[in-house]
Every structure is written in structure tokens, then in C-alpha cells.
Design a protein. Structure first.
Ligand code: HEM
Length: 207
């Protein structure tokens, strides 16, 4: 195996590992008291809103499902040998993104840290919905190249859930930057570089 192939395989392995680890992370919220999670920092009025709580849990559990199902879509073997499974998982991914993205857009307006994280998360939600809708409509038109490009973009944005959770301990722990300031920066940093890297990957590998 040449060096470039080995590097790509190692990259896939770590991406998969993070996708599984963070994809399962929302399970931690089952039965968890509010004060032991991010919800502990929310005002009581918000925590009494069943609409907010429904949106929050829809977002995190279906976001986890999107992260888990989305990754498998990039395996060539699955696409070649188990096309029906690829299609079924793809449909689950699209539905999960639609619901988690819409819910994410709603809860973005109540994000910890105010307007800067709110705009960061809302921008991410809108782009996630847009790229996924394009991935879906392009495959409906059997435009496989466009479908692949839009799925790479969509999943790079989905991966913001991973990068956010990598940056947070780095900023607050290692760099000792105060939590709210870190959060304001990371609400943008968790996805803007991801989409740039996705674009570079598309140009280098698929053009
Ligand atoms: C890609 C689009 C995404 C957007 C726009 C988004 C947006 C948000 C927003 C606005 C919050 C609330 C932040 C706050 O109130 O301060 C949040 C929290 C959360 N999101 Fe997402 N998110 C996305 C992807 C995901 C994915 C794929 C997962 C899957 C694991 C996920 C899991 C969570 C969890 C577990 C929380 C609770 C906060 C925590 O304890 O870390 N999100 N997200």
C-alpha cells in the first residue's frame, strides 16, 4: 500500500472513531439532571418550556444518529456491494439532519454566550440543511458526482459536533481561556475550517 493510501486509511479510521464516540455521547443525557449538563446554565423559564426541551432532545439524539449513519456513507465497499443498505442509511441520515438541523436552528437562539454563538450555530444549522438538501436532490437526479460533493460538505458540517468537543477542553483547559469567550470563538471555529477543508478535499481528490 502506498503512503498516500495508508494516510487516507488512517484518517478514515480516526474520523470513524470520533464519529462513533461523539455520536453516542448524547446517550449520556438520558436521565441526567439538568444541573449536570449544559442545560444547568439555562434560565428556569426556558427549562419549563416543553417546546425548547423537545427541540433540544430532538437535536442531540438525531444529531448523534446523523453522525453515526453519515460516516458509513463514505465506505466504497458499502456503496458497491450493499447499495440497498447505503440507500437506507442515507435516508436515515437525511431525515436525522432535517429534524436535528431544524431543532438546532431553534435552540441556537438560546445558546449560552449570547448573539455571537447564536449566529454561529444558526449559520451552521442553515448550511447543514442546505448542503444535505442538495445531496438529496442531486442523487434524485442521479448526479452521483454532485451527490458525493454535497455529502462531503454536509458531513464536514455534521463533524462540527466533534470539533467543538475537541476545541472546548483545548481552549478552557490547555490555553486557559475563560469558558464564555471560548464558546463564542468555538461556535464558529467548530465548522468554518471544516467546510474549508472539505472544499480543499473536493478540489484535490475529486476534480
Ligand atoms: C451540525 C449542525 C449542528 C448545529 C447547528 C448544532 C447546534 C447546537 C446548539 C445551538 C446547541 C445548544 C448550545 C447552547 O445552548 O449553548 C447544541 C447543543 C448540543 N448539540 Fe448540537 N449542533 C449541531 C450538530 C450536532 C450533532 C451532529 C450532534 C451529535 C452528537 C450534536 C449534539 C449536541 C449536544 C449533545 C448538545 C448539548 C451540549 C453539550 O452538552 O455538549 N449537535 N447544538
Amino acid at each position: 500500500m502506498d503512503f498516500a493510501k495508508a494516510r487516507l486509511k488512517t484518517g478514515y479510521f480516526f474520523l470513524g472513531l470520533f464519529a462513533v464516540f461523539i455520536g453516542l455521547y448524547p446517550l449520556r443525557f438520558i436521565g441526567l439532571p439538568y444541573e449536570e449538563s449544559l442545560l444547568g446554565s439555562k434560565p428556569d423559564t426556558l427549562l419549563r418550556s416543553s417546546i425548547y426541551l423537545t427541540a433540544f432532545y430532538t437535536h442531540i439524539f438525531l444529531g448523534g444518529l446523523a453522525l453515526l449513519t453519515g460516516f458509513s456513507q463514505f465506505y466504497k465497499t458499502l456503496r458497491r456491494k450493499r447499495l440497498t443498505l447505503h440507500r437506507a442509511l442515507g435516508k436515515i441520515y437525511v431525515i436525522a439532519v432535517l429534524l436535528s438541523g431544524l431543532a438546532g436552528l431553534g435552540i441556537a437562539f438560546f445558546a449560552t454566550g449570547g448573539i455571537i454563538p447564536s449566529l454561529g450555530f444558526a449559520g451552521l444549522a442553515l448550511l447543514w440543511l442546505y448542503t444535505t438538501a442538495n445531496a438529496y436532490t442531486s442523487i434524485k437526479k442521479t448526479d452521483i458526482d454532485a451527490h458525493q460533493r454535497w455529502m462531503i460538505r454536509s458531513y464536514a458540517l455534521c463533524f462540527a459536533a466533534v470539533t467543538l468537543r475537541l476545541y472546548l477542553p483545548l481552549f478552557t483547559g490547555l490555553l486557559n481561556i475563560e469558558f464564555i469567550l471560548s464558546y463564542k470563538i468555538i461556535a464558529w471555529l467548530c465548522w468554518v475550517p471544516n467546510i474549508i477543508v472539505a472544499e480543499i478535499f473536493i478540489v484535490r481528490k475529486l476534480s
